[in-house]
Design a protein around this ligand. Structure first.
Ligand code: DAH
Length: 347
């Protein structure tokens, strides 16, 4: 027994302990500080309250009851202070959760336009600068616009049912012999040339961009559906030189100043003379066909009521996928249709 330990000093120490504990528990600014204060004051092994409890034994038996009562009050007070500090810090954490400005942000995922859409927009813009307006035509087309008016004869292989998507006539396939072939998914955007000229007198300067359909087996360079850009310019005095300059200017604008293109003599029923236009495939020493072109055949001008003695024109049709692939270094056309987000994100 420690004779110098009187009830007065022991209770005074208890009071000091209580106010120190209150300060620590109320002042704790985060869960870590609160836990440290809990261990210091209320810790089961070496907490200051525990030590104060053990002091009971050092007091005279007569003083123990009073000390014990005071001790219990202090203990209860500190325990409830601990509890309210926990509540206080927990609710503060919640309030901050939505507005913790130090957290890295969650960037919203932004979509963007498909590379083919970007290509068509850019082509429209380039030809717009050259004075070409945009024309449109239907994807379900009649045979007049897809073939006849374009000077494609009845027995021409381009009409082969194996090379086109013909639609069943209104009475079903059984009525084919009665109606004949009736409508189809257009196989080329040249159809729009006819529709434009049927609806307006010269001068004409238009492009048409859209889907075309051919039953090709899908591989790295073929698809049963792809996109073309058609161009048509008809007025007095248009020549092959105009065609060559427009396509050369276009190729430089879209593929770059250093692009090389060439014109090869070719044949199309709707142009005379006709050429095929090639471009060098990204950096490699390989020519790839970009499309066809030529001077509008007089028969085509006549079929829409134009006078070939009065006006002349050029036309061209280019593959949009080819242009887009050449521009971006894409080697497989299928990538453009798979909607693989990792692929699309690159453009
Ligand atoms: N319509 C042709 C095709 O799909 C491309 C074409 C060639 C369009 C020559 C034209 C042209 O306007 O003059 O293969």
């Amino acid at each position: 027994m420690n004779p110098t330990d009187t009830l007065e000093t022991a209770v005074a120490d208890l009071e000091a302990l209580e106010s120190a504990g209150r300060g620590a528990l109320e002042g704790a600014g985060d869960p870590g500080e609160l836990e440290a204060a809990r261990i210091e004051f209320l810790g089961q092994k070496q907490g200051r309250l525990k030590t104060a409890q053990e002091r009971l034994k050092t007091l005279e038996p007569a003083a123990r009851r009073a000390y014990g009562q005071r001790f219990n009050q202090v203990k209860t007070t500190l325990e409830s202070l601990l509890e309210s500090a926990r509540v206080r810090l927990a609710s503060r954490g919640q309030a901050l959760e939505g507005i913790d400005v130090t957290l890295p942000g969650v960037p919203p995922v932004l979509g963007h336009r498909h590379p083919l859409t970007q290509t068509t927009e850019e082509l429209t813009e380039i030809f717009g600068r050259f004075g070409f307006a945009v024309a449109r035509g239907p994807e379900v087309e009649d045979l007049w616009h897809n073939f006849d008016a374009l000077n494609i004869p009845q027995n021409h292989p381009a009409r082969d049912p194996l090379d086109n998507y013909y639609l069943a006539p209104p009475g079903g396939v059984e009525s084919l012999h009665e109606h004949g072939l009736w409508a189809m998914l257009r196989s080329q955007t040249s159809t729009v040339q006819i529709r434009v000229m049927e609806n307006q007198p010269p001068p004409v300067r238009v492009i048409a961009i859209g889907r075309v359909y051919r039953p090709d087996t899908v591989d790295a360079t073929h698809s049963f559906m792809f996109h073309q850009i058609e161009g048509l310019m008809v007025q007095k005095g248009v020549t092959m030189a105009d065609l060559k300059s427009v396509l050369s200017l276009f190729a430089r604008a879209y593929l770059g100043e250093d692009v090389r293109i060439r014109f090869r003599p070719s044949f199309f029923p709707f142009t005379e003379p006709s050429v095929e236009v090639d471009m060098v495939w990204h950096g490699k020493a390989r020519w790839v066909e970009m499309g066809g072109a030529g001077m509008v055949d007089p028969n085509v001008l006549r079929s829409v009521g134009y006078d070939p003695e009065d006006v002349s024109g050029f036309a061209f049709g280019l593959g949009i996928e080819r242009l887009c692939m050449r521009r971006h270094g894409i080697d497989d056309i299928r990538l453009l249709y798979q909607n693989d987000v990792d692929f699309l994100r690159q453009f």
